[in-house]
Design a protein around this ligand. Structure first.
Ligand code: NAP
Length: 537
């Protein structure tokens, strides 16, 4: 780490002290130093965590365990769980197996099925509040709308839109950690006639804002956008609706999920055999990690898998189900590979049509496609994903010298290790740019980030630092590395995907194995950080 010229900090004291991972000698040693510093009267930093989803909760738990109690988690909704609170659509489930989709330090041995459904996952995240005594740190119903860096004292001033009826307030924090992630703002395309359709009594909603009061029984339902969410909710919707029309821009590679309930005996074994749950979890992690090979351009594994898909799908092509509806026209992995046990049987239903012509407008209760066909619908469900490349917008964040983060990111978001931007000191992001995965569990990435941020917060406190800022050279080196690696992945091939901007810059995905990410985040590289003392000597 480098210190600012006027306010030197002894670099030697910042040398790595054990890994950032949970537990272990290094962490215990740091916790002891933090406890001793607090006992000696050191001020614990005021930390504002934005969002009570998986990332925000994980940050809170690790801070609390490190003895740092001065944090508040601000959450705009009225509960914790983030994406698993928002996405309540029928049959919402995780496509990462249950035992890997939990924190390494907070295992759950009694998962009921191989791929947990949304209610069970939400229950897991909600249970962490009591398990780790987080309730007193939570402020629900508070949305942070602005964050402004004060260059004079290194603090951040946050503006909130409080619960309805309460005046907006400001909060001052020494450190801000965003746990807002990449998939929190639903995207609905601007289709001419959509508003008029709604005004005329048609029902419209997005998959992440499911209207549970609206009964789809016997209706003509149109689904726009067929991605990870739609392949889960379309089968139960088609069961209920009189007719379902899928408006599909691109088809997907959908493999078998092989989901099932765990038997009582399996659950007993997970609960009683020491180490079994951990070994099972690790076996899933390594199996998934191996899948990254298929994400490389020109991969033989990818080509083989693609061939298998085509061989199995081609016989299903018929007059009703065209080649365009079934066979993806892009290399496997360019978009997320999906898994389902009932997708293709659903496509074969006689009361379901797949329309691959683009939507032109909505007119008089019908979706009109460019070929002039009118498809009558009562309800339109949008499974069109999220504003994924906009990251922290619409939050207005101004850093050092009044720089606006959205302007800094005008040609695509980027951040050192996915978590820090030069000129925005003491601000860290979890599940930020280039940290999404196409092949493994995002909770693994979040744990690495939280461990790393915790290290920086501890150093800030122990050394009495005013600010911790990433060096521009480090950020630029990291970005060059990530983008060079991105070029070698299938994501750079020609397909629409939420992993990249309209210009084709891959802003969302981590572009290597997660083991490399863990290594890079195992401790803060002293040369990557610029430190400033609270009071110049
Ligand atoms: P998605 O996978 O990005 O799918 C969006 C769909 O909408 C795609 O079919 C896309 O077509 C289509 N679309 C977008 N804009 C359109 C437009 N203007 N006109 C017509 N079609 C349009 O979104 P999602 O299904 O909400 O899933 C997003 C992500 O959430 C997933 O990739 C995954 O990471 C996460 N998720 C995870 C799980 C899980 O099990 N862990 C479950 C659900 C979601 P194109 O393909 O042509 O762009």
């Amino acid at each position: 780490m480098r210190s600012s010229a006027t306010t030197p900090v002894p670099v030697g004291s910042l040398r790595p002290n054990g890994r950032t991972g949970y537990g272990g000698r290094g962490e215990r040693e740091r916790s002891r130093r933090v406890a001793a510093a607090i006992a000696a009267g050191a001020a614990s930093p005021r930390i504002a965590i934005l969002g009570a989803g998986a990332a925000g909760l994980c940050m809170g738990i690790r801070l609390r365990d490190a003895g740092i109690d001065t944090f508040t988690i601000y959450e705009k909704s009225d509960g914790v769980g983030g994406t698993w609170r928002d996405n309540t659509y029928p049959d919402a489930a995780c496509d990462v197996p249950s035992h890997l989709y939990s924190f390494s330090f907070a295992s759950k041995r009694d998962w009921t099925r191989k791929f947990a459904r949304q209610p069970e996952i939400l229950e897991y995240f909600e249970s962490l509040v009591d398990r780790f005594d987080l309730a007193r740190h939570l402020r629900l119903g508070v949305e942070i709308t602005e964050a402004h860096h004060d260059d004079a004292d290194g603090t951040w001033t946050l503006r909130t839109a409080g619960p309805e009826g309460e005046p907006d307030a400001t909060i001052v924090a020494d450190v801000v950690v965003s746990g807002l992630g990449q998939l929190n703002r639903p995207y609905v395309p601007d289709i001419p006639g959509l508003e008029a359709f709604r005004e005329a009594g048609g029902t419209v909603f997005h998959s992440a804002r499911w209207d549970h009061d609206h009964d789809l029984s016997g209706e003509r339902v149109g689904v726009v956008g067929i991605g990870a969410s739609a392949i889960q909710f379309v089968p139960p919707v088609a069961e209920r609706a009189a007719h379902t029309t899928l408006f599909q821009r691109s088809s997907n590679y959908v493999g078998p999920r092989k989901d099932r309930e765990f038997t009582p005996r399996e659950r007993w074994l997970f609960d009683h055999v020491p180490g079994l749950q951990r070994r099972y979890r690790e076996s899933i992690y390594w199996r998934f990690e191996g899948r990254f090979s298929a994400m490389r351009r020109g991969s033989r594994l990818g080509a083989w898998m693609q061939g298998q898909f085509r061989k199995q799908l081609r016989p299903m092509v018929s007059e009703r189900l065209s080649e365009a509806a079934l066979l993806p026209d892009y290399p496997l992995g360019c978009k997320r590979i999906l898994i389902s046990d009932n997708w293709y049987p659903t496509l074969l239903r006689p009361d379901l049509d797949v329309v691959t012509d683009a939507i032109e407008r909505i007119d008089d209760g019908a979706v009109v496609t460019v070929d002039g066909e009118h498809h009558q619908v009562d309800t339109l469900v949008f499974g069109t994903g999220f504003r994924s490349t906009e990251f922290l917008s619409p939050l207005k964040i101004t850093g050092r010298g009044g720089r606006d983060l959205n302007e800094v990111w005008a040609d695509g978001a980027r951040a050192h290790l996915g978590l820090a931007v030069p000129g925005f000191p003491n601000l860290f992001m979890l599940y930020g740019p280039n940290t999404n995965l196409g092949h493994n569990s995002i909770l693994f990435m979040i744990e690495q980030q939280v461990g790393y941020v915790l290290r920086l917060v501890e150093e800030k406190m122990l050394l009495g630092l005013r600010s911790v800022d990433v060096a521009p050279s480090a950020a630029s080196r990291f970005d060059t590395m990530v983008q060079a690696a991105a070029e070698r992945t299938v994501w750079a091939e020609g397909c629409h995907s939420w992993y990249k901007t309209a210009d084709g810059r891959i802003t969302n995905n981590w572009t290597a194995h997660t083991t490399l990410y863990r290594k890079l985040l195992s401790f803060p590289d002293p040369d990557d950080w610029i430190l400033e003392r609270a009071t110049p000597r």
